[in-house]
Design a protein around this ligand. Structure first.
Ligand code: FES
Length: 178
C-alpha cells in the first residue's frame, strides 16, 4: 500500500514537472519570438533611415541629370562622349537627339565610338553597334541602352542618367527633337 502511494506521488510529481517544462518552453518560445520581431522591426527602421539620409547622385554626376549644353552646339551626324555621365550624345542626321549608355549590353565593358568606322566597337568581345545603338555584331544581346532626354525652353539638353532604358530594337520615337 505504501509502495502504491509512493508510485502515485511520483507520477503526480512527474506530471507537474512535465506541465512546468511545457509552460517554460512555451514562454521561452514567445520570448524569442518577440525578440526576433523586435530585431526585424529595428532592422527595417535602420534601412529606412539609411535610405532617407543616403547621398543621392547630384546634377553633373553619373546617376544624376547632365546639362549637355545647347542644341545648336551639336551638328547633325555627330557623336559626342560625356565621360563623367558615361553616355554619348548622338545627334542624328535628321536633328534628333539620343543619349546612349556606353555600357556594353554583353558583359558591361565601356564601348568607345570609332569615328573612322562610324560605329561603336566593344574592345572586350568585338560587339559592334550602330550610331542609334542597334546591334551590328553579337555577342551583345540587345542595343545600347538609352537615357531619357528633355530639352528645356532655353534650348538646353538635359540627360537623366538615373534610369537607363533597355530596348529590343531602336525606335523612331527614341529620338528627341528641339
Ligand atoms: S562586353 Fe562588349 S562584347 Fe562582351
Amino acid at each position: 500500500m505504501a509502495d502504491e502511494k509512493t508510485t502515485q506521488a511520483k507520477t503526480t510529481k512527474e506530471t507537474t514537472d512535465n506541465t512546468e517544462t511545457t509552460e517554460t518552453t512555451r514562454r521561452n518560445f514567445l520570448k524569442y519570438a518577440w525578440v526576433a520581431l523586435g530585431a526585424v522591426a529595428l532592422g527595417e527602421g535602420a534601412l529606412v533611415t539609411y535610405q532617407f539620409f543616403a547621398p543621392k547622385a547630384s546634377e553633373g554626376e553619373f546617376g544624376g541629370v547632365f546639362n549637355a549644353g545647347l542644341v545648336d552646339d551639336y551638328p547633325p551626324g555627330s557623336v559626342t562622349p560625356f565621360n563623367a555621365g558615361r553616355f554619348y550624345l548622338v545627334r542624328q542626321e535628321d536633328g534628333g537627339f539620343l543619349a546612349l549608355y556606353r555600357k556594353c549590353t554583353h558583359l558591361g565593358c565601356a564601348v568607345p565610338w570609332d569615328q573612322a568606322e562610324g560605329k561603336f566597337i566593344c574592345p572586350c568581345h568585338a560587339s559592334a553597334f550602330e550610331a542609334d545603338g542597334e546591334v551590328l555584331n553579337p555577342p551583345a544581346p540587345r542595343p545600347l541602352d538609352r537615357f531619357p532626354i528633355t530639352i528645356n525652353e532655353n534650348g538646353e539638353i538635359l540627360v537623366d542618367t538615373g534610369s537607363a532604358i533597355q530596348r529590343d530594337h531602336p525606335h523612331a520615337d527614341d529620338a528627341i527633337y528641339a
